[in-house]
Design a protein around this ligand. Structure first.
Ligand SMILES: *Cc1c(COP(=O)(O)O)cnc(C)c1O
Length: 365
């Protein structure tokens, strides 16, 4: 038998880059059957789908024997109108993580470097490693904010892409216009800067820029947005990028064909049309965020200023104990072992339970 006859006992050869890829840790679900249980672990929107949005999805459900519109025509037109950008500057994907993965596929491979802050969104190291490129992680400042000067200094000839998560997941902190513009001015024009604005709609600080304004005269800036958070469509998987040609064209090339279902496209269009109502809900969540943060500060916690739908507590080695204390109070949070806990702003009742847990924990310190 020849060596290539297929009878060897080894397993198929897989790319070495996959060795040791960290696995994405989804937020733990609320315990079924518990007394009260709220999931504050995945930055989801606690409001159920709007009736009009739900109807549009249900109305389209009787044709899911068909493939969706691959070009997402209706959604692209709606987005172009809403954000004042040409359709040719848009690309959609299976959530903004799907689009981020396409961005890496389009720019980076073995030997290339991808810069991002750390700690930041846990998908970055995963999708970077899968692409074969090397992660260059630049620590957040002591104030838990992107260290843009250090990130600029980390740029080398091999840098292909830089993620700026604004506001940052999991700390909620955001970089302001002047510092971000100064950073963008320092980045070579052949390096793509990706402004990940998954939480844009929750931002209230007027000094925090809208990436879509920054991208307009900067061909090396791409903006990622998602329908998963403010618009409450996390389960349908739809996000998009705004970028100049040829970046947007490369994204459309690398996207999984028919990745965004027709249900997701219809829901996204209906959500843009119901934006006032959805942004009203975002306003309520922002009010809750401010209430929760003020209460935590009053309890004695240090909480970074958050512009997103979550708060961050740097608990260090007490992280796991704190998460367990929250679960005893009926709320599931997102611990990052040895670092801290991210807690999503949810229903008022859930937030109250979390505050009770935090207060009790604080007293025992
Ligand atoms: C939640 C989140 C996303 C969005 O993910 P989707 O794939 O669109 O659901 C993207 N970036 C960051 C930083 C996030 O926290």
């Amino acid at each position: 038998m020849s060596e290539t006859s297929g009878t060897s006992t080894g397993s198929p050869r897989l790319r070495a880059e996959l060795d040791g890829v960290p696995t994405y840790k989804p937020g733990k679900p609320a315990a079924a059957g518990g007394p009260v249980a709220f999931k504050l672990s995945s930055n989801e929107n606690p409001y159920p789908p709007l009736p009009g949005v739900l109807e549009s999805v249900v109305a389209g459900a009787d044709t899911f024997n068909r493939y969706p519109d691959m070009a997402c025509t209706g959604l692209m037109e709606e987005l172009a109108e809403r954000f004042g950008v040409p359709v040719s500057h848009l690309a959609t994907g299976t959530g903004s993580v799907g689009v981020a993965q396409s961005l890496l596929q389009a720019t980076s491979g073995p030997g290339d470097e991808v810069i991002y802050a750390w700690r930041s969104f846990e998908a970055y190291p995963i999708i970077t490693q899968i692409s074969g490129a090397t992660s260059v992680q630049v620590p957040l400042t002591d104030g838990e904010v992107h260290d843009l000067d250090a990130m600029a200094e980390a740029i080398t000839d091999r840098t292909r892409l830089i993620f700026v998560c604004n506001p940052n997941n999991p700390t909620g902190t955001a970089v302001r216009r002047a510092e971000l513009e100064r950073f963008l001015d320092r980045v070579p024009s052949d390096v793509l800067v990706v402004l990940d604005e998954a939480y844009k709609e929750f931002v209230r600080d007027p000094e925090i820029p809208d990436g879509i304004e920054l991208y307009r005269d900067r061909p090396n800036v791409a903006v990622l947005r998602t329908f998963s958070k403010a618009y409450g469509l996390a389960g349908l998987r739809v996000g998009f990028a705004v970028a100049h040609e040829p970046v947007a064209a490369a994204l459309r090339k690398t996207a999984v064909p028919f990745g965004v279902s027709q249900l997701a496209q219809d829901a996204a269009v209906a959500s843009l049309r119901a934006e006032d109502e959805l942004l009203g809900r975002v306003g309520s969540l922002v009010a809750e965020r401010e209430r929760v943060r003020a209460a935590l500060v009053a309890q004695g916690w240090t909480v970074p200023d958050t512009q997103a739908n979550f708060v961050w507590l740097r608990l260090g080695e007490r992280t796991a104990d704190f998460a367990a204390a929250c679960e005893r109070h009926g709320v599931v949070v997102r611990p990052f072992a040895g670092e801290g806990v991210r807690v999503t702003i949810g229903e008022g009742e859930a937030n109250d339970l979390f505050l009770q847990a935090a207060e009790g924990f604080r007293k025992e310190l």
